[in-house]
Design a protein around this ligand. Structure first.
Ligand SMILES: [Zn+2]
Length: 706
């Protein structure tokens, strides 16, 4: 039925059918919304033991645009966004009984409540900075534990859950249609989960925890329940809060694609099993990942930025909102500071145009009305924001630029109710760019590998965030001082992502004209930062040198001499040997003047021929953390070039390792494990590469050159 069109200012958006991609239908379809009552939206909110990162914010921006679209279309909306202040985000941590809120509180000397309050306030401030309209309710998980317990009890008495040793699990088998929400995503997640899972308490590896028994000694965030003292599982929180504030069924449930499995699959199963009403959510709306350096932005990956980071770099927060609008919500978006700068410039120019157009007119000419109609049609067609933004630009300098200024001014204000970019705000002066001169990504950089040698040796020193800059100074000074006539260059890679650090590194680099500074505007991770250095190197031989190392004399003649042997692929002072690829031991240091063949070299110092880099290939940029990357590089050299040897008694000192010391025990373990998994996947099957085991076999100079 054709609805009559209102002529009021906001009228063009009214009465339109809103189409969205529904994950459970795997297609774009008309959202089944009722104009006679509130549209109930539930958004999985933040876990408040740390700052939300830009990837999280992208997901909350999607919910905001959805809400604005519905409001502009004349719907009443009731939006609930929960605050998870019981911190177990991840199933394996949950299963180990660890609570990140507790861990963080202990570390900071605060109560979990203090931590949760601090980050909740920060979250509200971050949302406000990017013009996200506040939800109607922000329920806190800790205020709903009683309800969670009663839901778990109801599920248990209906046969959907069972208790084991104070834990309660959802019986997946009792619920038909488990896995249907996520389809292949859930199947793959299940497959991986089942493989990793070895909880003997579960009837079925697919079952998930609704309630967990408190580990002995736990005094914080623990509640009494019919099953003893414990705490809720993550998924049950959202069921309790959504049904409490929105009733048994909700219209649109939003989240990021990484929520689909297991969180939303489990939430849906337990909610429908509890209420007996299907579907729990009519539309499941999921936003794609924000990437950084090609990887999903995540704290655990080490590539996460917060709005606080952008503020420190003097970006306007709405530039990030603008940036997110340049990609459809179902497309991955790669975050770089270059693209953020471009977004900031775009936003500033758009405001300049709007300011030029003067006051908005009270009526629209027919072509302007057509433009307005087109804008709201695009928005209602699965939130086609990149096309909406392009339409706004066509008013400024495109096909619609010849519309009367009052029309354009009125349209800009109308569209901004959805966009939320403060387009009517006076444009600011061009902000200073603290990263002027820095590169933003590796792609597009000239590849120096194909260029001829310009010196004998390139010493590459990579500086990542948390590095001790005084150590960098000590390291570089020792390289320059112990050059002893060697034709060398130093390539200093600044991957700190900090303008302040850059100023200090630039002053370190200025101490000698052999030091060349390569600057990237963020930390791209250990692998990518080293690749950046390698591409900028022009020595016949390249040395990767860690800032924690200080040379006391020149180690170069011996290291370079051994590379005269084409069968040797790399050399360094700190060798490792292994019998099984799982345990690496320091190789026994050989007597002075001798070298020992080893399985791998440690990252402190490693030299190899630049001409071999084509065969070795670039370092794997999935290694954001430096550890194990040296093993991976060593194995690539062994597989494609030749043997690896270690020297004892080279003239150098290893000082404390700042990057290692900056990490908590848990972070070290998690990042190392991740990298080690990557290493094993690539090399475990290569039985053709000998494993030297312990003790190492000694190889004299003669043997090496024989
Ligand atoms: Zn949730």
């Amino acid at each position: 039925m054709q609805r009559s069109r209102s002529v009021s200012g906001s009228g063009a958006a009214r009465g339109r059918e809103v189409r969205l991609y529904n994950t459970s239908a795997r297609s774009v379809e008309a959202a089944p919304l009722d104009r006679e009552r509130d549209v109930r939206i539930y958004t999985c909110g933040p876990t408040v033991y740390r700052s939300v990162h830009l990837g999280n914010l992208r997901s909350y921006l999607l919910a905001d645009w959805l809400k604005r679209l519905l409001v502009c279309n004349g719907f009443q909306v009731r939006h609930v966004k929960n605050i998870t202040d019981v911190g177990h985000m991840r199933q394996e941590l949950l299963d180990r009984g660890e609570d990140k809120l507790i861990a963080e509180a202990l570390r900071a000397g605060l109560t979990p409540g203090d931590i949760a309050r601090r980050y909740t306030e920060e979250f509200f401030a971050d949302e406000a900075r990017v013009n996200i309209l506040p939800a109607d309710v922000f329920p806190r998980a800790t205020d709903h534990v009683g309800r969670m317990i009663s839901i778990v009890a109801a599920l248990a008495s209906a046969g959907h859950a069972y208790e084991r040793n104070g834990n309660v699990y959802f019986r997946v088998n009792s619920f038909s249609g488990y896995g249907e929400l996520g389809g292949s995503v859930s199947r793959e997640g299940l497959r991986q989960g089942v493989r990793a899972e070895a909880d003997p308490l579960k009837e079925d590896p697919r079952d998930f925890a609704l309630w967990k028994a408190a580990e002995p000694g736990r005094t914080e965030l623990v509640w009494s329940s019919p099953w003893g003292r414990g705490f809720p599982g993550w998924h049950i929180e959202c069921t309790a809060m959504s049904t409490d504030h929105l009733g048994p069924q909700i219209d649109i449930h939003t989240g990021g694609v990484d929520n689909i499995f297991p969180h939303h699959e489990d939430e849906r199963a337990q909610s429908e099993a509890f209420t007996g009403q299907r579907p729990f959510a009519r539309v499941w709306l999921h936003g794609q990942h924000l990437l950084a350096d090609g990887l999903k932005m995540a704290k655990s990956t080490g590539n996460a930025y917060t709005l606080g980071d952008l503020l420190r770099l003097e970006f306007e927060p709405l530039a990030f909102r603008y940036l997110c609008m340049t990609a459809h919500y179902r497309a991955r978006l790669n975050f770089t500071f270059t693209s953020l700068r471009a977004a900031q410039t775009g936003l500033r120019r758009l405001r300049q145009h709007v300011a030029k157009w003067g006051p908005p007119g009270s009526t629209l000419s027919p072509p302007a009305e057509a433009c307005r109609d087109q804008f709201w049609s695009l928005a209602a067609a699965d939130l086609a924001l990149p096309r909406c933004l392009a339409l706004v630009w066509s008013l400024a300098r495109g096909s619609l630029a010849n519309l009367p200024d009052p029309d354009k001014a009125a349209l800009a204000r109308d569209f901004d109710r959805l966009l939320g970019l403060d387009l009517g705000q006076p444009p600011r002066r061009r902000p200073s760019d603290p990263f002027r001169g820095a590169v933003s990504s590796l792609s597009g950089l000239p590849d120096g590998l194909s260029e001829p040698d310009r010196c004998l040796l390139s010493v590459d020193v990579v500086v990542q965030p948390e590095e001790d800059l005084e150590a960098v100074r000590r390291c570089l000074t020792s390289v320059v001082r112990n050059r002893s006539g060697m034709d060398l260059e130093v390539v200093l890679v600044d991957a700190t992502g900090s303008p302040d650090s850059h100023v200090r590194l630039a002053s370190i680099a200025a101490q000698d004209d052999r030091i060349r500074l390569v600057w990237i505007d963020h930390d791209p991770g250990a692998g990518a930062a080293r690749n950046l250095g390698l591409r900028a190197s022009h020595g016949r031989v390249v040395a990767l040198l860690d800032p924690s190392v200080e040379l006391t004399a020149s180690p170069w003649p011996r290291l370079l001499a051994v590379l005269e042997d084409a069968l040797i692929g790399a050399a360094g002072p700190f060798g490792l040997v292994t019998a099984d690829l799982r345990h690496f031991h320091d190789a026994e240091p050989p007597p002075a003047g001798e070298a020992v063949e080893v399985d791998a070299l440690q990252n402190y110092l490693m030299v190899f021929r630049r001409s071999d880099l084509r065969r070795i290939g670039p370092l794997d940029e999935h290694y954001r953390f430096y550890r194990i990357l040296d093993l991976d590089l060593s194995y690539a050299i062994r597989a494609r070039v030749g043997r690896i040897v270690a020297f004892g008694n080279l003239p150098l000192i290893r000082h404390r390792h700042a990057l290692w010391e900056a990490l908590s025990e848990g972070d070290r373990e998690e990042r190392s494990r991740k990298n080690f998994g990557r290493f094993l996947k690539r090399w475990d099957h290569r039985h053709d590469l000998p494993r030297h085991g312990t003790p190492a076999q000694l190889v004299g100079e003669a043997a090496l050159h024989g």
